[in-house]
Design a protein around this ligand. Structure first.
Ligand code: MN
Length: 506
């Protein structure tokens, strides 16, 4: 019995203006070849099939196309939803894909079901046998996708953050134990009647304790249990023969256990993953036990380089990268059309617009595409520290615009997307200020009796602008807190408006 464990495909990823379609297609073609080459009985994809909840059509087509081709080989496919996947979107095709040897598991069975309901219908969605090409049962799987907290717990009023974390961890652990017990029963019953021991395979999409901090903080790995569960202890997993995990993009064993593993993503999804050997894991079971795990290294289809340098050493660094890339061009036989993608991190220099131009000029004849020029984290932090040192004025000394500008200047506005966002925010802010000024000047001419009305219309203008801002918020969770802070700064300044109106009037 042989399976391939893979995860975190992130089909449809949009990467600093670039599509990953070509790489993903080549990976899927390669994966199909491995299935035939190694006689694989099943492929398990442990979450994050797609990069977003609304993947582009080409990505969906790629997914369906792969399923149709795999079906011909008689290899089973088990698809688990990850935190990036949309439960609704993956569920749409669940029934039709079932006829193509594919099981799609998007959600855990609700804990609220009665024992009877569980046994009757729900359980078989997550605990079921795997079989080989001849249809013989070869393993039992506990197929567990990304567990959304609301699926397993009800938060109670007055629960502290650590209580919540504890109850979520307990609920996930209970879910694993419960499914494992059910799988154990099925495996034991099978052994009794057929005389064949079956391995039990569990899956998961979460951060397990013992994963390197750097890996869970990679640019492309999103925190999943924000403010609640940080990492799931390996000891809380049931004693399955193999636990196929997804979510962390670098392949690794969990808690030094041979049988609890992340296979990592098959392509580098951020520049900080560029140096990792990407792989899928071929897992072999004999006599109902784990026999061996072998890494099948995925060829690199698109070389990425993170170039960390300074303004002075920029030219040298580009030359060095060129030499390194030329060596790889030969060794890995990249087609001549493949250019390396570069992320240039500079540890000094304030004016990024000048730097970008300089980089473009230097790299003009090189087989590079520069996707990103940025100051390194340290330089950004230094700059921020400088800014906040200079800016020791208090809120009451500043005008509304100054507060807004100062807040904006603390953020990075480098990519086209970010610059466009800054423009949008500034526009909204300007509109809001104009409306407020108009309201104030009208109020000057009106009697006290009208005042309340005007204040409420100004508040309305503000809430309109704020809802535009909150629309922005949802586009990027990371910047949520920043926007909220700015909102409250606006609200704070705004709360003085009625008073100043009164002053004007008196
Ligand atoms: Mn992922």
């Amino acid at each position: 019995m042989r399976i391939i464990h893979t995860s975190d495909w992130h089909l449809g990823q949009y990467f600093y203006g670039k599509s990953r379609a070509n790489e993903h297609q080549q990976f899927l073609t390669w994966l199909l070849a491995q299935v035939t080459l190694h006689n694989i009985d099943a492929i398990i994809v442990a979450g994050d099939i797609f990069d977003t909840s609304t993947p582009p059509s080409y990505a969906r087509e790629m997914y369906f196309d792969f399923i149709a081709k795999l079906h011909v080989t008689q290899c089973q496919l088990i698809i688990l939803a990850g935190n990036h996947d949309s439960v609704a979107m993956l569920s749409e095709s669940q029934a039709v894909l079932a006829s193509l040897s594919t099981r799609v598991i998007t959600q855990v069975i609700p804990a609220s079901l009665s024992e009877d309901e569980l046994e009757e219908k729900a359980l078989s969605k997550q605990v079921f046998p795997l079989h080989d090409a001849d249809g013989k049962t070869t393993a039992i799987i506990c197929a567990i996708p990304f567990v959304r907290p609301r699926d397993v717990i009800r938060s109670r009023a007055g629960q502290s953050a650590s209580d919540k974390q504890q109850s979520l961890q307990q609920a996930i652990s209970d879910h694993y134990q419960y499914l494992y017990q059910q799988a154990r029963k099925q495996a034991d019953a099978f052994e009794k009647t057929e005389g064949i021991a079956l391995p039990i395979i569990a899956t998961g999409h979460l951060t397990a304790l013992g994963v390197s901090i750097n890996d869970s903080k990679s640019d492309s790995v999103r925190d999943i249990y924000i403010g609640s569960l940080e990492a799931f202890p390996a000891s809380a997993f049931p004693p399955a023969d193999y636990i196929a995990l997804g979510h962390i993009h670098r392949a690794q064993q969990v808690a030094k256990s041979e049988h609890i593993r992340y296979c990592g993503s098959p392509i580098a999804l951020s520049f900080d993953e560029a140096k990792q050997d990407k792989r899928v894991l071929m897992v072999e079971f004999t006599s109902g036990k784990l026999n061996q795990v072998e890494a099948l290294i995925v060829p690199c289809f698109q070389p990425l380089y993170m170039v960390k340098t300074s303004v002075d050493e920029l030219e040298t660094s580009l030359q060095e990268t060129l030499v390194a890339f030329e060596e790889r061009q030969v060794a890995e036989k990249f087609p001549a059309s493949v250019k390396a993608w570069l992320d240039i991190e500079i540890d000094n220099g304030d004016h990024l617009s000048d730097l970008s131009q300089r980089v473009t000029e230097l790299a003009v004849d090189m087989p590079f595409e520069v996707l990103l020029v940025r100051r390194c984290k340290k330089a950004r932090q230094r700059r921020q520290a400088q800014l906040s040192q200079q800016d020791n004025s208090t809120l009451s000394e500043l005008s509304l615009t100054e507060v807004f500008d100062s807040r904006l200047s603390q953020l990075e506005w480098q990519t086209d997307e970010e610059v466009a966002r800054k423009t949008r925010l500034t526009q909204l802010f300007t509109e809001l200020s104009v409306e407020m000024k108009q309201a104030a000047s009208i109020a000057n001419q009106k009697s006290d009796a009208d005042k309340a009305l005007i204040t409420s219309s100004s508040a309305q203008a503000e809430s309109t602008s704020q809802s535009a801002l909150s629309e922005e918020e949802s586009t990027e969770a990371e910047k949520d807190s920043v926007i909220t802070e700015k909102d409250s700064a606006i609200a704070e300044k705004d709360s003085m408006t009625p008073e100043s109106l009164e002053q004007h009037n008196s």
